[in-house]
Design a protein around this ligand. Structure first.
Ligand code: SF4
Ligand code: SF4
Length: 358
């Protein structure tokens, strides 16, 4: 059993402080990925005691945050298993917090997280009528959380309480990601606010893709892959055609976004433009204006010695499971080297002019 009275602060956003309060662990469901003790009633009789802890958290965070979002959750706080007295306590928390935050000029949003799988909705409706400041958060698990009866109940309640729902998240478990990867849908659009963890979503999906074959890795690491035949085609085109797409590329619009991926994930392989790399032969020049631009043979020598920072980075990108590059660079890669299992178009809405080419 995990510790109760947990208050977790996440600090992804610069002005919003999120405070997550687990009231108790009892739940009417048993999601496989959930490690809570669904039979435990610990905390159910001390719900009101959370108020001073929440106030303290807001006061402490107010030095660096301007707005606050307090999330009360279980277990399942509204399940049919929960006694009526808990609803009185929820009302107490919501009302007291509302009055206190107004008195102290804190901008506080109050949310309850719910799975929406219960019959006794009149208690929730009463709470929402009495406390109009309360918003609801929920989540949807497309593969497996619900039995048929539970799914129908979930749908019915989501429709009934739609106007109170602030957000409904899709739970990205491995079965759900697999369902997407193996399904017939070609595109998945994720529209989520800053700080909601989109980069982690990208990385999680890439972790479930295949790694490159040894054959491909050897061709790239030895630079043999770039050899051309007399027609200007890749000499090893047949080998490339036989390779199945593997791994993921995340396409970004700015260098800081590339840096952000790298800072989050050590194993991300980032490739920036030639101008960002210093030539190993002439350190006064970047790769854009290096000696090999004039004398092609120099490049082959550098490749043979594996000393060029840019081309070595490019090789690491091509063989990685999670490569990060910008749109222009991706589009300038030969088509045979662009085949990926997953292409993540970061900020795709902004990058309209490349949409068609991709
Ligand atoms: S509904 Fe939520 S609390 Fe209940 S078992 Fe599933 S994940 Fe855990
Ligand atoms: S290939 Fe050689 S000469 Fe060209 S940029 Fe790289 S290190 Fe410099």
């Amino acid at each position: 059993m995990i510790e109760h009275n947990i208050i977790t602060k996440t600090e992804k956003r610069s002005i919003l402080g999120e405070i997550i309060v687990t009231l108790f662990e009892q739940c009417n469901m048993s999601c496989k990925f959930c490690n809570q003790d669904h039979n435990s009633k610990v905390g159910m009789d001390t719900i009101r005691d959370k108020l001073p802890v929440v106030k303290r958290a807001i006061e402490n965070m107010s030095k660096t945050r301007e707005m606050f979002s307090v999330h009360f959750m279980g277990g399942e706080v509204f399940s049919d298993l929960v006694p009526d007295s808990c609803f009185d306590d929820y009302k107490y928390l919501a009302d007291e917090l509302e009055v206190w935050s107004k008195e102290n000029n804190y901008d506080v949003e109050i949310c309850f997280t719910t799975n929406f799988v219960y019959e006794q909705t009149h208690r929730l409706q009463k709470l929402l009528d009495q406390c109009p400041q309360v918003k609801l958060l929920t989540s949807y698990d497309p593969s497996g959380r619900f039995g048929l009866g539970q799914l129908n109940l979930f749908k019915k309640n989501v429709i009934a309480f739609e106007k109170y729902i602030k957000s409904a998240n899709v739970i990205m478990t491995k079965p759900n990601i697999d369902k997407f990867l193996k399904g017939d849908k070609k595109f998945l659009i994720l529209s989520a606010p800053t700080g909601s963890g989109k980069s982690f979503f990208s990385k999680t999906i890439s972790n479930l893709t295949n790694e490159c074959t040894e054959n491909f890795r050897e061709l790239v690491d030895s630079y043999e892959i770039y050899k051309l035949d007399k027609h200007g085609e890749f000499l090893y085109k047949d080998n490339l055609d036989r390779e199945k797409p593997f791994g993921a590329f995340a396409l970004t619009i700015t260098k800081p976004l590339q840096d952000q991926y790298k800072s989050f994930f050590d194993d991300a392989k980032v490739l920036k433009g030639k101008i960002n790399h210093q030539c190993a032969i002439d350190e006064t020049k970047d790769v854009e204006i290096a000696p090999c631009v004039i004398v092609e043979k120099i490049k082959k020598d550098c490749w043979g010695k594996c000393i060029c920072p840019y081309y070595e980075d490019r090789n690491r990108l091509l063989t990685s499971q999670f490569g990060v590059l910008n749109y222009s660079m991706f589009l300038s890669l030969p088509e045979d080297l662009r085949k990926k299992e997953i292409l993540i178009c970061d900020e795709a809405g902004v990058r309209r002019r490349d949409r068609q080419k991709i």
